[in-house]
Design a protein around this ligand. Sequence first.
Ligand SMILES: [Zn+2]
Length: 167
Amino acid sequence: MVGTCELNHEVEVEDRIVWIHDKGAVFSVKKLSQLLAYDGIEAVEFSFDRIWSLKVPPKVRNFLWMLAINRIPTKDFLISRRIQIDSSNRGCPWCDRVLENTNHLFFECSFIKSFWSFIFSWWDLVWKDVTNIDELCSVCWSMKLTGIQKSLWLLVIAASCWTLWLA
Ligand SMILES: [Zn+2]
């Protein structure tokens, strides 16, 4: 049996330009200027091997690698390894509102967002809502900088992560 298929030509869909970089599809000059600061925000998965080429001390590279593979001994990590931690000492050291975990400690805590906003403002950049190390690396490596400026920028970011952990 051969079926028939008719396309419905009566439904007309109007073509229109949609600004995809805001939730409300609303164009904004501010958002555009943010986008221009980056070579490519679409990088979904960052190749963490690039961490080894950073011009920072080996222990900082090692730390960033551990951060990348989610092996930083935060409280939630330790608890998942059955290490006993007093219930009064499990919270985020900055806000004490959630169980200390990597993404919150380095990116999601409101205190830390202020910290990153400050670091980015040194370079006339607006801190994006980065929520994990993958996104941070994608954003930072995509920055339109070259040579010594790029090395210096990445050093600042690496040192900032390291400092947050030591703090
Ligand atoms: Zn917090």
